[in-house]
Ligand binder design. Structure first.
Ligand code: HSE
Length: 436
């Protein structure tokens, strides 16, 4: 059978890895796919870099539109990233009847509904395994492996850079900025590192997982997003003393009122497997009603791990290219005309336990005032620690773990506590999940 011709848009970190994997494992890939898969065209702004990698084995251009319109291309691999040019190129590729493989989580989370509708209409596939958690085949697992289940919730460490930063801060006491630089050097971080640190990248990925888990459209704009930039060494240490680790989690959960879609630093019991996922590694815990909890672990970023997912999609698309479009696995796991209308729950309505830290003056009655405010807001305290004041210090840290409470009640209580004259500065709130 004649080889499948792929056109690669962007031969950077992941594109370079994809080129390498297709060459390195060419025989094995052909045995799996039933046909050879080769990249016959490459588009990149840096022609010199592209030339040195490709070494005459593919046509190179700086005009990506040339690739998406080329008659001889069967599959377009979009690894440019971003949401503007990439969107145009993907839609143009679809219009030209190309199959698409993309690692672009931002694009799918924000424009996925439009892209999948266009692909459906044209009868082409848009495969996106590499868009979430790099090398972990979580899209395949959710869409196919867990198809018997009603998914109850997903909780994932889905941003390698922030997990790397939290790990290094805890283990080595390193400052935030130095660790971020290291992650950038290793090619894990997004072009705009705020996407990693402020939880945006994780929210993009979570939006995709949520759509696949619950059969709902992509709704990134409704995701609650809070990053790790305000976390302090003290919070990491206090959480450890209480038997917890702090991880940036993406959580999506089905409730009677709607679907939770939230990314924020979270205390999780240190004894959970997922609490021990360190460095740039990713892990996703999926709770299905039939199978129970399942955990997926692996490298969530980097050249070869992400290329592993891109090439898996190339094999998948190659195998399915001749199948009737109606019989293929639907892009978002559920049939496109059967998507659910469940609302995304506003963050104020979400119920979680919390870690609250406040700095107070060490005086009689302070704790009583704080407890009263919490009690009036129907927030029950599960555990409390008052740290010893330092030598000659009159200010102490109080750390409380609350039972589950509605977010808006906690917000109101925090505002009242911050108004107490004996409470200094802001109250730090980190949500807590037992993940059972
Ligand atoms: N910046 C991302 C991360 C890369 O750190 O996980 C993979 O999407």
């Amino acid at each position: 059978m004649k080889p499948i011709n792929a056109g690669l848009l962007g031969i950077g970190t992941v594109g370079g890895g994809t080129w390498e994997v297709l060459n390195r494992n060419a025989d094995e890939i052909q045995r799996r796919a039933g046909r050879a898969i080769r990249i016959s065209r490459v588009a990149d702004k840096d022609l010199k870099k592209a030339q040195s990698l490709v070494n005459g084995k593919a046509k190179i251009t700086s005009d990506a539109y040339e690739v998406v319109r080329a008659k001889d291309i069967d599959i377009v691999i979009e690894l440019i990233g971003g949401t503007s040019i990439a969107k145009d190129l993907v839609l143009e590729a679809i219009r030209n009847g190309k199959q698409v493989v993309t690692a672009n989580k931002a694009l799918l989370a924000t424009h996925g509904n439009e892209i999948f509708a266009a692909a459906q209409k044209k009868g082409v596939m848009v495969a996106f395994e590499a868009s979430v958690a790099g090398g972990i085949p979580i899209i395949k697992a959710l869409r196919e492996g867990l198809a018997a289940n009603r998914i109850e919730w997903i909780a994932g460490i889905i941003n390698g850079t922030s997990n790397f930063i939290l790990t290094e801060m805890r283990d080595k006491g390193l400052p935030f900025a130095a660790v971020l630089k290291e992650a950038q050097k290793k090619g894990y971080a997004e072009t705009d590192p705020a996407f990693d640190i402020e939880g945006v990248d994780a929210a993009h990925k979570l939006t995709i997982l949520s759509a696949l888990a619950f059969g709902i459209p992509m709704q990134f704009s409704k995701a609650y997003t809070e990053g790790i930039s305000k976390l302090t060494q003290e919070d990491i240490r206090y959480a450890g003393e209480l038997g917890y680790r702090i991880k940036l989690l993406g959580i999506t959960k089905r409730t009677d009122q709607g679907i939770e879609l939230r990314v924020h630093p979270t205390l999780i019991p240190a004894r959970r497997l997922i609490a021990n996922v360190e460095g740039v590694m990713n892990a996703i815990l999926v709770k299905g009603d039939v199978v129970g909890p399942t955990l997926y672990y692996g490298a969530g970023a980097g050249s070869l791990p992400t290329a592993s997912a891109v090439v898996a999609d190339l094999v998948d698309v190659t195998r399915l290219i001749t199948a009737d479009p109606q019989q293929r696995v639907p892009h978002l796991a559920f049939q496109p005309d059967r998507l659910a209308k469940d609302p995304i729950l506003p963050m104020g309505e979400v119920e979680t336990a919390c870690y609250l830290r406040m700095r107070v003056q060490d005086r009689p009655g302070v704790l009583a005032d704080v407890s009263r405010i919490l009690a009036d807001s129907k927030i029950s305290i599960g555990a409390m620690v008052q740290k010893e004041p330092g030598e000659g210090e009159s200010r102490v840290d109080i750390v409380m773990l609350t039972h589950r409470a509605i977010e808006k009640n906690v917000d109101a209580a925090m505002a009242k506590i911050e108004k107490l004259p004996t409470v200094l500065g802001k109250v730090t709130r980190i949500r807590l999940e037992e993940l059972l």
